[in-house]
Design a protein around this ligand. Sequence first.
Ligand SMILES: Cc1ncc(COP(=O)(O)O)c(C=O)c1O
Ligand SMILES: N[C@@H](CCCC[NH3+])C(=O)O
Length: 433
Amino acid sequence: MEIAEKVRTNFEFAGCDTVELAKEYGTPLYVVSEEKIREQCREITQSFLKKHQNTKATYASKAFLTLAMCKIIEEEGLGLDVVSGGELFTAVHADFPMEKIVFHGNNKSYEEIYMAVSHGVGRIVVDNSHELDMLEDITNELKRTVKILFRVSPGVKGETHEYILTGQKDSKFGIPLEGDGILQVVKKATNSQFLKLMGFHFHLGSQLFDKNAYILAIKALTNLMKELKDKLSYETQELNTGGGFGIYYTNGDKPKSIAYFTDAIMEELKIQCNSLQHTVPSVVIEPGRWIIGNAGVTLYTIGAVKEIPNVRTYVSVDGGLPDNPRPALYKAKYEAVIANKNNQPRDRVVTIAGKCCETGDILIWDLETPEINSGDILAVLSTGAYNYSMASNYNKLPKPAVVLVNKGKSDLIVKREKYEDLIRRDIIPKHLL
Ligand SMILES: Cc1ncc(COP(=O)(O)O)c(C=O)c1O
Ligand SMILES: N[C@@H](CCCC[NH3+])C(=O)O
């Protein structure tokens, strides 16, 4: 009877009782649903890869990367987009197939490029001519051929928070379409002995809901392709259209299927290529958030509850800004439930505060809840993307553990940090001993 009652009232995620998870692994705790990740990957396979010929999908690992995640992505047959030596190192340690890695970044170091070339990654997306020069030196030294794309900034402004917008003209990412910068680098790459220029890449931004920005970018890119064909007899073979597909966080977010974006991309590409008499290149997409965002929840234990009469009630949790900087950075909004009171009527509005010495450390400004007591468990929803991967140790808070859940079972995939981990790399110089 007691167990039946618990099952009814506690918040379940991937068949697991989240209150039990909090007890077993402690809080704060990142919880990730394996089935949800696989479901998203399979939608990409069914509605994009199998529907349209000559297509590939890579998971943008910056959204959430662990060794276990690499294994799931590999099993689902997707590639991996990495953006740093650290992300590549993780993929290498997970034995991820290197030919399925796409290496990005707007300021890759010599060491990172060297590492990528030595490991034989499938593509390097070159962001600027400085990088192109380094890549030429490295491939000449190692005598290894590397397939590259150039990242361009298509001059298209999607609708999202300005900090996660990337495809506009005024952006640090990519080579501008204006001027002859592109012509110069294409000439250089096509004359290079070890570089094989496959085509171009753009990424418009993140948490986008409208296909129109992608359509505009395809128009800009196909015009570039035509220009390069006419002026340099260079034929683009591959177009990487980035990620950015939006997900549900709160009321008002209207997420779309992957096909909503990819059908539009493919259709526009075919129309433009036909009219410009250019062969249709292969197409790569690289979603991050769309795959992992809704697959994660974060569990916290509620501590202090402070009511300021006629102002608001602050409910503080044992994590906050260090495990989820998104509300502070982008004013990101989240939904949440009191996991141990999931079925109780929500008759009040509270503010969920983190435990950092930072006024801006507020996870949710207005959350409808039942009566709250210290010791209750808060589950913040849709925290799979850019939470664990953006976590810090601010205020020397140890990073939470990550648990993978599936059909009622749970596995620890990242251990909780200990206090010892926080000072592991500190050194006291002799004169201070
Ligand atoms: C080059 C590139 N590709 C893919 C992504 C993935 O973006 P999202 O997680 O919004 O799909 C990003 C991040 O915005 C990116 O910078
Ligand atoms: N970190 C951002 C997404 C940026 C993706 C990288 N270009 C977010 O949390 O929404």
